[in-house]
Design a protein around this ligand. Structure first.
Ligand SMILES: C[S@@+](CC[C@H](N)C(=O)[O-])C[C@H]1O[C@@H](n2cnc3c(N)ncnc32)[C@H](O)[C@@H]1O
Length: 339
C-alpha cells in the first residue's frame, strides 16, 4: 500500500470530531446491539431504533469507512470485530466511552483553547462547575460513566497477584469508589480487614456490593473528603485512579493527609497509567499523552511519568520504590513507603 501523504494524514486528523460523533450516535442508538448475530439493512435498523432511514443509511456507510461496520444495503450491514466493542454485552465494551466522548467530554473539549491560553480547566469553563459536580446532577450520565469505570476494572484481579497483602492487618482504599478493588483484595487476603473511604453518597452505594460478596463484616465504610483528612490505622493505603484527576497542589494535599494518617513504614500503593519514557513503549506513551490532555480539559488533572510521581510523593514525605508492576489495561502499580 502506498504511504499516506501528509495532506491525507492531516485531513484524517482534523476530521477526528466527525468520527467521535458518528461513534457516539451509533452507541446511543444501540446499533451494535441491534446487529448482534445478524446483518440488517438501514431501513430495518431505522425501524428498530426510530431513526430517519436515509440519514441513518449515510451514517452506516461512513461507519463502514471507519472499519466499525462492513457490508451494505444489499446484503445488510454487519459488525466488524471493532464494531463488536460498541455492544453492551461484550467484555471490553467501549459503548459507554463512546457516549461520554460524544457528549459531556466532547463539549468540555470545546473549551480546550481556553485551557491552553489560561491554564484553567475547560470543563469548568464550559459547564460552570467541576466534572464531579456535573455528574452528581446528571444521574444518567453518571451511571453511564460508572459502567465504563467498571468495565475497566479487569486489572483489579491482578492486584493481589503482584502485591503480597498477606502481612497486612488493615487496608485503606482511599476514594475506593464502589469497593470493587478493596473487595478483590479482601477476598484474596482472608486475615485482613478493610476501610473503604469515599464521599458519603458513593460509600452508601458501595455497601450492597460488599454485602453480596460476604465482605461487609470485614470492611468499615467511611465517608469524607480526602482533601480534609483520611482514615488512620491502616498499614497499607491504596490510591487507584485518583491522582491523575488532580493537579500537583491538590495531590500534595491528599498525599499529606495520607501521610498524617499513616504510621512510619506503612505502604502506599498507587494504581495509575504511567507515561512511559520516550522510546520505551510508543503505543502506550501515545495513549497516556492523549489521556493527559483529556485530564487537563476535564478536571485539571494530569498523567505522570515515574519521575513525576517520585518528586510529587517526595513533597509529602513518601519514598517511591523503583519497581513498577504492569497490570492489564495499561495500568501500573507503584509502591511508596511513608518515611
Ligand atoms: C475515578 S474514581 C476511582 C474509584 C476507584 N478508586 C477505582 O479505581 O475504581 C474517583 C473516586 O474519587 C472519589 N472522590 C472524588 N473527590 C473526592 C474527595 N474529595 N474525597 C473523597 N473521595 C473523592 C469519587 O467519589 C470517585 O469514587
Amino acid at each position: 500500500m502506498p504511504e499516506e501523504s501528509p495532506s491525507s494524514i492531516m485531513l484524517r486528523l482534523v476530521q477526528g470530531a466527525w468520527a467521535t460523533q458518528a461513534l457516539h450516535v451509533a452507541a446511543a442508538l444501540g446499533l451494535a446491539d441491534e446487529l448482534r448475530d445478524r446483518a440488517a439493512t438501514s431501513r430495518e435498523l431505522a425501524e428498530a431504533t426510530g431513526a430517519h432511514a436515509d440519514s441513518l443509511h449515510r451514517l452506516l456507510r461512513y461507519l463502514v469507512t471507519l472499519g466499525v461496520l462492513e457490508g451494505d444495503d444489499t446484503g445488510g450491514f454487519r459488525l466488524t470485530p471493532v464494531g463488536e466493542l460498541l455492544r453492551t454485552d461484550v467484555p471490553g465494551s467501549q459503548r459507554e466511552r463512546a457516549i461520554a466522548y460524544g457528549t459531556w467530554n466532547y463539549q468540555a473539549f470545546g473549551g480546550l483553547s481556553h485551557t491552553i491560553r489560561t491554564g484553567q480547566t475547560a470543563f469548568d469553563h464550559v459547564f460552570g462547575m467541576p466534572a464531579y459536580d456535573y455528574l452528581a446532577r446528571h444521574p444518567d450520565e453518571a451511571r453511564s460513566f460508572d459502567r465504563q469505570m467498571q468495565r475497566e476494572e479487569a486489572f483489579f484481579a491482578k492486584v493481589p497477584e503482584v502485591y503480597d497483602f498477606s502481612g497486612a492487618n488493615t487496608i485503606v482504599d482511599v476514594a475506593g469508589g464502589n469497593g470493587g478493588l478493596l473487595g478483590t483484595i479482601l477476598a484474596a487476603t482472608p486475615a485482613a480487614r478493610g476501610i473503604l473511604f469515599d464521599t458519603e453518597h458513593v460509600i452508601a452505594a458501595a455497601r450492597d456490593g460488599l454485602r453480596e460478596r460476604g465482605l461487609l463484616d470485614r470492611c468499615e465504610l467511611a465517608g469524607g473528603n480526602f482533601l480534609e483528612s483520611v482514615p488512620s490505622g491502616g498499614d497499607v493505603y491504596v490510591l487507584s485512579r485518583i491522582l491523575h484527576n488532580w493537579d500537583d497542589v491538590r495531590c500534595q494535599t491528599l498525599l499529606t493527609n495520607c501521610y498524617k494518617a499513616m504510621e512510619a513504614g506503612a505502604a502506599l500503593l498507587i494504581l495509575e497509567y504511567l507515561i512511559p519514557d520516550a522510546g520505551v513503549d510508543e503505543r502506550v506513551r501515545a495513549y497516556a499523552l492523549a489521556l493527559d490532555v483529556n485530564m487537563m480539559a476535564l478536571s485539571g488533572g494530569r498523567e505522570r511519568t515515574w519521575e513525576d510521581f517520585r518528586s510529587l510523593l517526595a513533597t509529602a514525605g513518601f519514598e517511591l520504590l523503583p519497581r513498577r508492576h504492569p497490570l492489564p489495561s495499561n495500568m501500573t502499580l507503584l509502591m511508596a513507603r511513608r518515611q
